[in-house]
Design a protein around this ligand. Sequence first.
Ligand SMILES: Cc1cc2nc3c(=O)[nH]c(=O)nc-3n(C[C@H](O)[C@H](O)[C@H](O)COP(=O)(O)OP(=O)(O)OC[C@H]3O[C@@H](n4cnc5c(N)ncnc54)[C@H](O)[C@@H]3O)c2cc1C
Length: 486
Amino acid sequence: MESREQSNRSNPRSSAESLSRPSAIVIGGGFAGIAAARALHDASFQVVLLESRDRIGGRVCTDYSFGFPVDMGASWLHGVCEENPLAPLVGRLGLPLYRTGGDNSVLYDHDLESYALFDADGNQVPQKLVTEVGKTFGTILKETDKVREENSEDMSILKAFSIVLERRPDLRQQGTAHNVLQWYLCRMEGWFAADADSISLKYWDEEELLSGGHGLMVRGYYPVINTLAKGLDIRLNSRVTGISRRHSGVKISVEDGSTFTADAAIVAVPLGVLKSKKISFEPKLPQWKEKAISELGIGTENKIALHFDKVFWPNVEFLGVVASSSYGCSYFLNLHKATSYPVLVYMPAGRLAQDIEKMSDKDAANFAYMQLKKILPDASEPINYLVSHWGTDINSLGSYSYHTVGKSNDLYERLRIPVDNIFFAGEATSMNYPGTVHGAFSTGTIAAEECRMRVLERYGELDLHNLAMDGEMSTSLAVPLLISRM
Ligand SMILES: Cc1cc2nc3c(=O)[nH]c(=O)nc-3n(C[C@H](O)[C@H](O)[C@H](O)COP(=O)(O)OP(=O)(O)OC[C@H]3O[C@@H](n4cnc5c(N)ncnc54)[C@H](O)[C@@H]3O)c2cc1C
């Protein structure tokens, strides 16, 4: 499938053997791309996966430099249930999960079961107050439903909040309670990786939440993707710059000058990369597709992992700092609770995350540490740190997608729809589970199946329907998930 002009290697597509086998190129080695390549490989396609980084996983990135796994991208399995498309694989690998939140938790991935919130002077906010304000937050969200029903025009969640508080003075909060409310808003912004003034009121709750709550991958996500990737032809350090399509097939150009040809391609790069137009399409993508790419939002959430020599913080699942605006609030995930490693992960989102990305890693780590010092003045200095840059990393250019204000509801679907023999996968093409690992995984398998059908149609008379699926990687085996909470 490869032709490298300088090395003068021949194109295997011209051999009789390869002509008789359908072929595809998958672009992007995150969960979507790997799932797509896996499915096509198992259906006896010739598949090459081109990945721009020197690693697979994309926004799943388990770092081992502390001497143990720390997920700097995704870390939760959202929906610990059999219906989760990833459950069979996670279960079969026997990977432990730590549940941080059940169904309907107001903080999405956390219950208010084990936490400690502090004000900026280091005083712990009484649990009773946090629970009460949590209920108020839930009521305000319900009230925004009415605002949505009354208005045909879309508006931001923030605007809807202010309309509700205008109408219902009883829901307004003062002093610390106000700050706790801002903290709830901050966590909602974390879920969407965007500020409340840009999240669509109309469509913010379109996503389907699977049952079973939220399980942290105690050993990190890498074992899952590594298993999925076994035996695939993956070319790392291969940044795709051009995709041209003809009726006869596709030709993919890579930054280093090499080209690849195949019957079809699956584009599984992040929405941010598509937005940046760093990959040229020839002929151009249709206007409806370009519009969907430009209109769907991509937010930023980052992680700053602080590694300490010992644990000096309370034995809770998360620590928070409340403030008068959501921008000033902080959230630390306590990895020690779930994994027994002395690590706190600071997770800023939206504009705050973008502002922190402008800092050096040292300053960013120090910023996170200063938030911690506010609440625990005796906090010792971290012995090591890790800082993610999902917003500015050329391979992601954003953390995950969300509905911005005033755009149509079919953007995810339009992003998914194939253009000739180019298929699209990735979290931003998932109508049901956008912004998640299992969503990305599903879109990869769906795109692979569509691609397979399309290519088989072209091969017509060949009896390719009987191409064997590789039983080894079959994910149909149901094994219970190992979920716990301490
Ligand atoms: C900080 C953070 C926390 C998150 N937390 C969770 C969580 O707890 N649970 C959850 O379910 N989801 C979470 N997510 C979302 C989840 O990580 C993503 O939805 C999912 O991993 C996306 O997978 P993907 O395959 O669509 O894209 P990616 O994983 O981004 O894969 C795309 C691949 O394309 C490659 N690429 C880019 N440009 C090119 C090019 N030109 N040529 C070739 N290759 C290219 C990239 O390097 C990348 O490997 C989180 C994301 C972030 C950033």
